[in-house]
Design a protein around this ligand. Sequence first.
Ligand SMILES: C[S@@+](CC[C@H](N)C(=O)[O-])C[C@H]1O[C@@H](n2cnc3c(N)ncnc32)[C@H](O)[C@@H]1O
Length: 297
Amino acid sequence: MTEPMTLGRALAGARKKLTEAGIGDAARDARLLVEAATGTGRLDAIARPDMPVDEAAAGRIEVCVARRAAGEPVHRILGGRSFHGLDLALNADTLEPRDDSEAMVGLALDLFRANPGGAATILDLGTGTGAIGLALLAEWPHARAHGVDIAKGAVEAAIANAANAGLAARFSASVSDWFAAVAGRYDLIVSNPPYIASGAIGALDREVREHDPRRALDGGGDGLDAYRIIAAGAAAHLAEGGVVAVETGFDQREAVTAIFTARGFDLRGSARDLGGRDRALAFRAANKPLGISGECV
Ligand SMILES: C[S@@+](CC[C@H](N)C(=O)[O-])C[C@H]1O[C@@H](n2cnc3c(N)ncnc32)[C@H](O)[C@@H]1O
């Protein structure tokens, strides 16, 4: 006779299957999938390991664990992930937000720290799930943001994520090829554009290569195409003293700085990711005072 399924047994079984499949953080992923399938929380496995798991939930666990064992990222299976404390839904058109992007959010917050309550306007180019623009809105209660993306599904996800976060009144989004359909000027332009060289995409981890959308990754021959377009168009869309901040690959600081410098911008600030690698750069038009904030070096 088979033993009845319990939370503790479900977790142990999921962990074993994922470990055998060579999944890096098998324990964490097993926990996330079992919690989602059973509607339990982090403490339940400790406090209630004998809690019965019904057949329907056991079936969901089996399917989800099989998908993870086959290499699908855990947050794709869950349909969303948390970024800067916001729950963001994913779809096939959206990059899964990475914790690395906290460097960009932190840099933008530093640049405008002298005026945290200010009515800044933000343009998020290549908004994806809306991660960066929404994180900034969550910090700045009087700011407004507009996100654009070439992918219609990303625009839809960003709008839905804004509503879910209670930020819909201050966030809008539309389809645009970078600045092509953008009107007006903004205090802050932020972007985490695609920055992987086309030829390097084949060498990315399978989970990234096969599950993040290609157009969220592919930065052209040298990975820098989007920076050239953003640097060329930023001045026409920045308010007086505005700042443009971009996320970069860890080895792109010099090349991206040269692109913006050639377009009349000065490097205004930079930030590193949790691993200490260069990850975000902020520029303002040369010889212009910073618009709505104080100094940042
Ligand atoms: C690296 S992802 C960043 C997504 C999101 N901002 C984040 O940080 O999670 C780059 C985004 O740029 C978008 N993108 C690519 N080419 C674009 C273009 N020509 N115009 C506008 N957005 C574009 C992609 O669809 C994708 O959502």
